[in-house]
Design a protein around this ligand. Sequence first.
Ligand code: MN3
Length: 251
Amino acid sequence: MASEAIGRRDFLAGAAVFGAAAALSPLGAAAQEAAAGKGFAALFPGAAGADGKYALPALPYAYDALEAAIDAQTMELHHSKHHAGYVNGANANLAALAKARETGDFAQVEALSKKLTFNAGGHLLHCVFWDCMGPDGGGAPTGDLAKALDAEFGSFDAFWAHFAAATKAVEGSGWGKLSYDLSTGRLFISQGQNQNLLTTFGEVPLLALDVWEHAYYLRYQNRRADYVDAWRNVVDWRRVGARYEALRTAG
Ligand code: MN3
């Protein structure tokens, strides 16, 4: 109860700051309060603005902070162009669907529904991607996350071997993910195709590695395996552990 109350208070303080720049719409306020009350807002940092629309989060580090694995130019293009494109696309898809409801013209409903999962899926996965990296990354997890990885995979090294193999083997454009299953509370490794496919219901990613070519081609060209191996040096396990705690304790 105490942590929930603190989280809510911190959230409301943050909302007040946002409110100075843009009025909090009833929809945005309700959605953000609901998410903050459950501790879920921290799982997708900065994913939504005060108006309830999807927003491009500011990165908590500089574009050149992850040189141990990713060059600054790739980071800048990836964040300011590719990720921004998914944000704008998802908001445009939602607006077009709202327009369809107003006019009763649902001729594009199938295409818009598909595009919405592609764009919103891409947006949310990138929020996780940025969140689980940092300039002080590397090493291994500690605490409850370490225990959960040992319980599920046998050891951290066994987990990483499985995760790296699955990520390197993603067919075409996609993601390697360590995810939390809301139905069991267990961890599992999944491959994501595109931004939205091969995903189970109840899957919440704790760790997400983008293996679209735009994520690595400038430095690594076709050597995706080298990128995946180097990426281990920038994983911020404290952030991943915090993501796990938010889900584990949500009840
Ligand atoms: Mn990407």
